[in-house]
Design a protein around this ligand. Structure first.
Ligand SMILES: O=C(O)C1NCC[C@@H]1O
Length: 344
C-alpha cells in the first residue's frame, strides 16, 4: 500500500454534531491570518475538504477542522473549518470539538479545573474556557466574535410558500431566522425532512432578495443558513427555546448550533427579549443544549452588535488515519442527491 495523502484524524462531536479534527498530514498552509489560510485552502487545496467530507470517506452531516499554528502572538492555536458547501468564518460546535481534541490528546497542556485557550478562527480570535476533570473536558465555553442583525422583519417571497417574514442575522455564519410557527412547524425530530426542504427554499429566496455584506470582511460568505426558532419559554426563571438550523446543502444541525445561537442572541437582544448577562438555553432538534449569553454589546460598522458566549460539551469518538490510494477512482469523493440536496 502507498497512500498519496495520509491525514491524522480525531473524530469528535459536540452535542451530537460531528466535528472531525485533522491534527496532521495537511502540511504547510501559507497565509498571515487564519482567514488567509482559509482562502488558500478553499482556492488551492479544496481537494482536501472533498476527500474528507464527500463520500465514500465522509457524509453530508460531517464537518472537519484543520488544526494549524497561528501567527497571532495571543493565540495558542488556529483552525480552519471545512463544511459540506463552504468554509465558514466560524462554527460553535466545531470550536468545541477543536478545543476538546487539543486538550484531551495532549496537543496543548490541560490544566484542571479550568484551561483557558485563545484559538484563532477565520473570523478572528475566540477565547475559550474549558472545565476539565480527570483528563476530560467537561464543558467548553467560547466567546464568539460579534453577532449582529442585518435586517429585521423583512418580507421575502418563497416559491411554494408565499410571503414570509424573516430576520437576517450574523453569528459567524449568516442566518435567515424564521419563526417555526409561521411555517407550521414545532421542531420535532419527525419534521426534520420537511424543515430541510423549507429551510433550503427560504435561504435561497433570502439570498436572492436581501443584500448583506460584513462591514469588516466583505469576503465572509453571505446568507447560507436558515434557523427555525421555536417559541421562548421561561422555566425556573431561565429563558429557553428550541431551534433547528438547516445547514447547506440541506440537513439539520444536530447540535443547537453555536453560530445560529449567536445570531439568535443578537436578534433576541435587539428585540428586548433577552437582557445582557441573562442565560438562554438553546435546544437542538435532538434535545441537546447550549447555554448562551450576551456577554457585552458593541458595534460592527453601522450595526449594533452583541458579544455572544456559547457553552456545551464535546466527546471524542475515534482516532485514525484517513488515506488516499492513488488508484482510488474517488480521490475527491462524490455526492449523490439522495442525501445531498442540490439548492444553494
Ligand atoms: O455550531 C455551529 O456553528 C455549526 N454547527 C455545524 C454548522 C455550524 O458551523
Amino acid at each position: 500500500m502507498r497512500w498519496k495523502r495520509t491525514l491524522s484524524v480525531v473524530d469528535c462531536h459536540a452535542e451530537g454534531e460531528s466535528g472531525k479534527v485533522i491534527v496532521g498530514g495537511v502540511g504547510q498552509v501559507p497565509g498571515q491570518t487564519m482567514f488567509d489560510k482559509r482562502v488558500f485552502l478553499e482556492t488551492q487545496r479544496d481537494e482536501i475538504r472533498k476527500m474528507v467530507l464527500f463520500e465514500p470517506r465522509g457524509a453530508v452531516w460531517h464537518n472537519a477542522n484543520i488544526i494549524l499554528p497561528s501567527n497571532n502572538p495571543e493565540a495558542d492555536m488556529g483552525f480552519v473549518i471545512l463544511e459540506s458547501t463552504e468554509y465558514p468564518a466560524m462554527s460553535g460546535s466545531n470550536t468545541m470539538c477543536v478545543a476538546t481534541v487539543l486538550l484531551e490528546t495532549g496537543i496543548l497542556p490541560m490544566q484542571e479545573p479550568v484551561t483557558n485557550l485563545v484559538l484563532e478562527s477565520p473570523a478572528g480570535l475566540i477565547r475559550v474556557e474549558c472545565q476539565c476533570k480527570d483528563g476530560k473536558v467537561l464543558k467548553v465555553k467560547l466567546v464568539n466574535q460579534p453577532a449582529f442583525v442585518y435586517h429585521r422583519d423583512a418580507m421575502i417571497e418563497v416559491p411554494g410558500l408565499g410571503s414570509l417574514r424573516v430576520d437576517i442575522s450574523y453569528g459567524g455564519m449568516t442566518y435567515t431566522c424564521v419563526d417555526a410557527a409561521d411555517v407550521g412547524m414545532q421542531i420535532k425530530p419527525d419534521e426534520a425532512r420537511d424543515l430541510v426542504d423549507l429551510g433550503q427554499r427560504i435561504k435561497t429566496a433570502a439570498a436572492e432578495q436581501l443584500q448583506v455584506e460584513h462591514p469588516e470582511n466583505p469576503a465572509i460568505p453571505g446568507i447560507t443558513q436558515t434557523v427555525f426558532c421555536g417559541p421562548l419559554r421561561r422555566e425556573n426563571g431561565v429563558v429557553r427555546s428550541k431551534n433547528a438550523v438547516i445547514v447547506s446543502p440541506g440537513r439539520c444541525d444536530r447540535s443547537p448550533c453555536g453560530t445560529g445561537s449567536s445570531a439568535r442572541l443578537a436578534l433576541l437582544h435587539a428585540r428586548g427579549e433577552l437582557a445582557l448577562g441573562e442565560t438562554f438555553i438553546h435546544e437542538s432538534i435532538i434535545g441537546s443544549e447550549f447555554a448562551c449569553k450576551v456577554e457585552a454589546t458593541t458595534k460592527v460598522g453601522p450595526y449594533e452588535a452583541v458579544i455572544p458566549s456559547i457553552a456545551g460539551q464535546a466527546w471524542i469518538s475515534g482516532l485514525y488515519q484517513m488515506g488516499l490510494d492513488p488508484t482510488d477512482p474517488y480521490q475527491q469523493g462524490f455526492t449523490l442527491s439522495d442525501t445531498w440536496f442540490s439548492a444553494l
